[in-house]
Design a protein around this ligand. Sequence first.
Ligand SMILES: Cc1cc2nc3c(=O)[nH]c(=O)nc-3n(C[C@H](O)[C@H](O)[C@H](O)COP(=O)(O)OP(=O)(O)OC[C@H]3O[C@@H](n4cnc5c(N)ncnc54)[C@H](O)[C@@H]3O)c2cc1C
Length: 501
Amino acid sequence: MAWFRSLVRVAAIETRKASSNPLSTTPTLYSLKHLSTAASNQRRDPQPTPIQYSGLEPTRPDEKPRVVVLGTGWAGCRLMKDIDTKLYDVVCVSPRNHMVFTPLLASTCVGTLEFRSVAESIGRIQPAISREPGSYFCLANCTSMDTNNHLVHCESVTDGPDSLDPWKFKISYDKLVIASGAQPLTFGIQGVKEHAIFLREVYHAQEIRRKLLLNLMLSQVPGISEEEKSRLLHCVVVGGGPTGVEFSGELSDFIIKDVRQRYAHVKDYIKVTLIEANEILSSFDDRLRQYATRQLTKSGVRLVRGIVKDVKAQKLILTDGTEVPYGLLVWSTGVGPSPLVNSLELPKSPGGRIGVDEWLRVPSVQDVFAIGDCSGFVESTGKAVLPALAQVAERQGKYLAQLLNSIGKAEGGKANMANGMDLGKPFVYKHLGSMATIGRYKALVDLRQSKEAKGLSLSGFMSWFIWRSAYLTRVISWRNRFYVAINWLTTLVFGRDISRI
Ligand SMILES: Cc1cc2nc3c(=O)[nH]c(=O)nc-3n(C[C@H](O)[C@H](O)[C@H](O)COP(=O)(O)OP(=O)(O)OC[C@H]3O[C@@H](n4cnc5c(N)ncnc54)[C@H](O)[C@@H]3O)c2cc1C
């Protein structure tokens, strides 16, 4: 592994005996020889001793300053794309090596798009990460940070004991950008984590697609009871925000166009129910909401106003006692701070995100910035916490890359060298509008800055066309754009791929 070799090259080379205490947190430094020996020993030893590597030391005066970026989402990737790698070395820490184009993720669950069409690897987004001697991608989670000493503590992400046990390491930074996103909200409802599938990552979409196709196939096997068939083919979506509505629309399209033709024996059993505690699409105005409600109902989506109280393996229970049996349960009720964000002793915004000032700096610590869903303005700025949206995250990433580039050009890139520097214009967010598809070639487009403001708001086929065109141009790279266009064309001509691979 190239990063192992490079890591060791920059780390202080000191050999100690591995600690006899497996839970010891004392860092043990290894030479290259020890690194490779330790890794191969681990595979043979049934109970390997957890290993701790030192990681990346502080940059020397003759080296470029190091920007450490936590996360490969909208915010982190946009920052890494625009950062000047002649000024900085970039080290990215994330449990996934790619960015996901989330607005099109729902389409992959039913095969309208393929999974790889909505993902792009970080090495393509910022090639310096794979080429520059001081830049790396680390497949790891940040577990804590020591802002006094400009250090982040990380733990590698492995495939489990069959490959390698995860190990801990540390990275020194000159500038730290926290872009680690948020996590799905479950409101403490029992059984959600165990039985529902969230829709945030490509592997979630894969799980949904496999389960949906499995249920369709099982429901045709002779011997299955009527009751079990109805349960298996009942797809329940909890949460009537844009993600839940878009996924319900995709599902109903799949049922109308593909299930009816290719699973004709069970076409009358498959149903979609969307459960929402309040109004669906509450961020859109009344007219668009009513249009969406009518269209979804016409497409066969059953809209239920209710609050989920408990989730069991094959049914969920609402607060009014109604039991809803399901074969597939997708949970999409918004996001909140992740365990990492909750654990950090940093200033917080209302709602518990990492607090930032107008320049996206975390107040009271040096050289730490936070962007995207994990961050929010501190109360003292007088600004509202921005919504958890890709357009916010992307523009914060772009702004911060420019800010760091100007700091780097003014020789402020090294740790503690930007203190008191004039940072220029603060970050200002201007909402560009919202879009959501609702299935059957229909969508909502609201280009107003708020529900009350004047401006364009459309629904219907024209909006769907705008939605598709907008996302085709916004998709991560030319490679993805090409894949998406081909997938859409293939689906139109041949239908969705229903093989369960
Ligand atoms: C299905 C879906 C559809 C959406 N549609 C839209 C839309 O149409 N329009 C819109 O504006 N917004 C949309 N959003 C919201 C948008 O995707 C998010 O607001 C956006 O992804 C936030 O970007 P981010 O970079 O802050 O976080 P994310 O994109 O969530 O990225 C966070 C990154 O941090 C990594 N990470 C997590 N924990 C750690 C850790 N401990 N250490 C290191 N790295 C870590 C994650 O692996 C990930 O790479 C949608 C979201 C979803 C899920």
